[in-house]
Each structure stands twice: as structure tokens, then as C-alpha cells.
Design a protein around this ligand. Structure first.
Ligand SMILES: Cc1cc2nc3c(=O)[nH]c(=O)nc-3n(C[C@H](O)[C@H](O)[C@H](O)COP(=O)(O)O)c2cc1C
Length: 320
């Protein structure tokens, strides 16, 4: 997820049970210009063994050459290459990239074929229910991708024009699964571990992908794994656990990014939903810059939580 799935979030997600994580989407064009910021998106965290890399672009030759370069520099650290054909943001679609490729399926297939021919590693494609509101093209598009040789596909059950509004349609994922014989990853609106199981049961998909549900919430992976394995789903984290993991997230980011970890603000805001006096904490988080700034807010959350408990307020697992 662009701006979200940094090395710290990926490290914690894997630790809590995600089988695989993806880089933020990486511009093939940016890589071809050896853009330093783009290249940094390919860096792994210390101890991160493998990651799937998501590429975006619209030129088959650039996509293929950059995929080959990624394979060469990352070697066994690359799990697989994913091609973004789902991003609905205008900055991307106006260049014919991301979800706009669903409107040019021949070009999309050409890109998939060229990338597949350029690398040894598995190639997957992620796309949406369709581009235009109400026009479901995903099953047909999935077949094209399969014919182009991709190894698996991931489908988010919203139209690109829906952006993130409305609901992700599970029927789409089921129809895509029916249309192809390669593995299908279902995506969209999994907010609780149990929904990973119901998504798999209702659609027949082979795996699930969790995005926003993991923001400030790596526990969702442990919960999803337990639900899918038919085991008891672990209880929601306490305020203490949330703060502990938020602290680790900030530490991991500071080790990576140095003193200025403004990027932690959004993660910290997510971690502090449901903690006592959370909105007050989030107001302060907006001014945090360094690890120490975040530490001070986290310490105060713990202090307030203890005060609440000492005053006899029962703190359930959401902190409410
Ligand atoms: C801030 C943000 C950034 C995202 N960046 C990407 C991206 O780079 N690549 C991608 O395939 N999807 C991206 N997505 C879409 C998610 O991967 C996912 O398909 C979508 O949010 C639906 O799944 P969810 O309900 O589990 O979040 C992004 C979504 C958000 C909210």
C-alpha cells in the first residue's frame, strides 16, 4: 500500500502471521531513471527474508526490463512480482496505468506477457471488479491474464470509479475464481480475522489479502490465520499490547529513517483508536517528529489507562 506498507509495517505483519507482504507500489519508469526514492521502496527490513514487489507502469518494455532488474538485484529476497492494474488514483490512471489498464485489456495482457517472459520468478496481477461503475469486467480480464501466463491474480471487489466507497463485492471474486484455474487472492473489506474465513468460504478464493484492516492492527493476521485453520481466534489486544507494538513500530521506523519519523503519525493514529483519551493523544501525535515525541504520547496513554483502571473503570480489549 502506497505510503503505508513500509518496512516496519511489513516486519510486524509477518511477525503476527502474514504469509507474505508487498512493497508499496513501485514505478517502473522511476526505476528506469534510477530514481533513488523509487529504489528505496525495494529495500528490505533487517531480518525480512522475502517480499513481493508491486510494479506499476504502462509500457511493456519498461515494465519487463525493470522486472528483470528487480529480479537480478533482489535475488532470493524477491517472493514474486505483482503488476498493479487496480490503482484508481487519477495521477496514475491519467497515464494509462493502474486500473486504467482494465480499459485497455490488450495492452494489459501485453504487459503481463512481457513481464512474465522477462523473469523466472512468479508474476501476479492485481486488479478490480472493473473500471467503470457497474461494468464488471474482472472475470473476462482474469481469463486474459491467465492466457498471458501470469501465475496468480488478486481481485479487489470494487470498481475503480468507486475508489474506496461502497462495499467490495464478494460475488465478483467468486466469478473470477470460476473463470480461471490459476490461484485467486480475494481482497476487500476484511476487517476482522473471521472475515478471512468467510471470504474464502463464500468465494472459493485460494488466499486473502488484507489492506486497511492491518493498519495499526497487525493482530488481524494472527486472527485470520486462526480462523482459517479452524482454531480459536485470539482475543483483541489490550491497550498495553497496542502501545507496546506501536512503540516497536516507531522504533523500527526510526532505525530506518533516522530522527525524523513524521511517517509514524498515521500509524500511531491507527494504533490509538479505541484507547482511553485517544482523540487527545491523536491531536498530540500530529505534532510528533522524533521517536521520543511518540514515546511521550505512548507513556501518557499508559498512565491514563492505569488511572482509569485504578478508578475502577473496566478496560476491555478495545480500551473502551
Ligand atoms: C492508502 C492506500 C494505499 C494503497 N496502495 C496500494 C498500492 O500501492 N497497490 C495496490 O495494489 N493497492 C493499494 N491499495 C489498495 C489496497 O491494497 C486494497 O486493494 C484495498 O484497500 C481494498 O482492500 P482492504 O479493504 O483490505 O483495504 C491502497 C489502499 C489504500 C487505502
Amino acid at each position: 500500500m502506497a505510503g503505508v506498507s513500509d518496512v516496519a509495517m511489513r516486519t510486524l505483519s509477518r511477525e503476527f502471521g502474514a504469509d507474505m507482504t508487498y512493497t508499496e507500489m513501485v514505478s517502473a519508469k522511476g526505476l528506469s531513471y534510477a530514481n533513488e526514492k523509487t529504489r528505496q521502496l525495494l529495500e528490505l527490513a533487517e531480518g525480512e527474508d522475502r517480499v513481493a514487489v508491486q510494479l506499476f507502469g504502462h509500457e511493456p518494455d519498461v515494465m519487463a526490463s525493470q522486472a528483470a532488474w528487480i529480479e537480478e538485484v533482489m535475488g532470493p529476497h524477491l517472493a514474486w512480482l505483482d503488476i498493479n492494474m487496480g490503482c484508481p488514483v487519477r495521477k496514475i490512471t491519467s497515464k494509462g496505468e493502474g486500473s486504467a489498464l482494465m480499459q485497455t485489456p490488450e495492452l494489459a495482457a501485453d504487459i503481463a506477457r512481457c513481464v512474465k517472459n522477462a523473469v523466472q520468478f512468479p508474476v501476479t496481477v492485481k486488479f478490480r471488479r472493473g473500471f467503470a461503475m457497474g461494468e464488471e469486467t474482472a472475470p473476462e480480464f482474469a481469463k486474459r491474464m491467465e492466457q498471458a501466463g501470469v501465475d496468480a491474480i488478486a481481485v479487489h471487489g470494487r470498481f475503480a470509479q468507486q475508489m474506496y466507497g461502497g462495499k467490495s463485492d464478494r460475488g465478483t471474486i467468486a466469478r473470477v475464481k470460476e473463470a480461471v484455474s490459476i490461484p485467486v487472492v480475494g481482497n476487500g473489506d476484511i476487517r476482522h480475522g473471521s472475515e478471512a474465513l468467510t471470504m474464502m468460504e463464500e468465494t472459493g478464493c485460494d488466499a486473502v489479502m488484507i489492506g486497511r484492516g492491518a493498519q495499526g492492527n497487525p493482530w488481524i493476521f494472527a486472527e485470520a490465520k486462526a480462523a482459517v485453520a479452524g482454531e480459536a481466534v485470539p482475543p483483541r489486544p489490550s491497550v498495553y499490547e497496542k502501545v507496546e507494538v506501536a512503540r516497536r513500530h516507531a522504533k523500527l521506523l526510526s532505525e530506518r529513517e533516522g530522527r525524523n519519523i513524521v511517517r509514524m503519525r498515521k500509524h500511531a493514529s491507527w494504533y490509538t483508536t479505541g484507547v482511553p483519551r485517544g482523540s487527545e493523544a491523536r491531536g498530540r501525535i500530529n505534532d510528533c517528529v522524533t521517536f521520543e515525541d511518540f514515546e511521550a504520547v505512548f507513556d501518557d496513554i499508559l498512565r491514563v489507562t492505569r488511572e482509569f483502571e485504578e478508578a475502577g473503570f473496566y478496560m476491555n480489549n478495545t480500551g473502551l
